[in-house]
Design a protein around this ligand. Structure first.
Ligand code: GDP
Ligand code: MG
Length: 263
């Protein structure tokens, strides 16, 4: 509600001179207030889709600073979770299975998508970054978009677990990818872009590589989600940002040295 409160403060006053000079009337301000009220009354809805184990729950925790249980062995995800970020108001998250495990289950999942996806402000399609087998993802994306369940403008393709990409290994001192991994991250993003953008038309900025475990580029993921929300709703999600900072996992010795250099 931070942005909302600021706007409200402005709207309660009279029209500032510069805005009046630009042609804004008291009635325009009241109209704006009503429009903001109407958007704010609808809680942002985020839908996560992905196979068990890709890191949906971990991503939820990293994005909204939550301590939800992560399944190291068993699937422990409910279909719908209301999440309250550390800052801002509530966010509704639907944590949904990916298709591709079993034909009968797939049809059930598609029915759930049909019910839930049209409500979404953002649909996060979470994949493991090292997953090169894209046929299933392409087929699913084609079906979801061609049957009108998913608006590609609302889609963010989230390539998780980049800390495990090879060759090279994660630099845990600075909590960043090695140079080799950076090349692989770029290559994976391009590959996925080529394979999915021919199925559905959406901007390349909506494909984001990150790591829910190390918090690498969780900020970039959140930004892509805000942009995918669309103009009238983006501010509402942006206001609820409480994603984890990768700096908190930088080795303390390095962090201290950086802090000293900065002084
Ligand atoms: N190395 C690594 N492991 C991850 C990452 N994200 C999730 N995991 C692990 O993947 C497993 C499944 O994660 P979970 O969030 O429960 O996946 P979900 O089944 O999709 O909800 C857990 O052991 C997580 O610790 C990541 O970015 N990097
Ligand atoms: Mg889960």
């Amino acid at each position: 509600m931070r942005i909302l409160d600021r706007l409200r403060g402005l709207l309660r006053g009279s029209v500032p001179d510069d805005l009046r000079a630009a042609g804004l009337s008291e009635a325009d301000l009241r109209g704006l207030d009503a429009a903001i009220e109407a958007e704010a009354a609808r809680t942002p809805v985020i839908v996560l889709i992905g196979e068990t184990g890709v890191g949906k729950t971990s991503t939820l925790n990293a994005l909204f600073n939550k301590g939800l249980e992560i399944s190291h062995a068993k699937a422990c995800t409910q279909i719908e979770t209301e999440v309250v970020g550390d800052r801002g108001g509530p966010i509704t998250v639907f944590d949904m299975p990916g298709v591709g495990e079993d034909v009968d289950a797939d049809e059930q999942h598609i029915e759930t998508y049909r019910r839930v996806l049209p409500k979404a402000d953002v649909v996060l399609l979470i994949l493991k970054a090292d997953n090169r087998a894209m046929t299933h993802v392409q087929t699913t994306l084609r079906r979801l978009t061609s049957e009108g369940m998913l608006d590609p403008n609302r889609l963010v393709v989230a390539l998780n677990q980049v800390d495990l990409l090879q060759p090279g290994s994660w630099d845990s001192m600075i909590n960043l990818p090695s140079l080799e991994q950076e090349h692989t991250i770029d290559a994976r993003r391009s590959d996925v872009a080529g394979k999915l953008q021919k199925i559905a038309s959406f901007p390349a900025r909506q494909i984001v590589a990150y790591s829910a475990r190390t918090f690498y580029n969780v900020e970039g993921l959140f930004e892509a989600m805000v942009l995918a929300c669309g103009e009238s709703r983006a501010w509402l999600l942006a206001d609820r940002a409480s994603y984890a900072d990768f700096n908190q996992l930088v080795d303390p010795v390095v962090a201290d040295a950086n802090a000293e250099c900065a002084q």
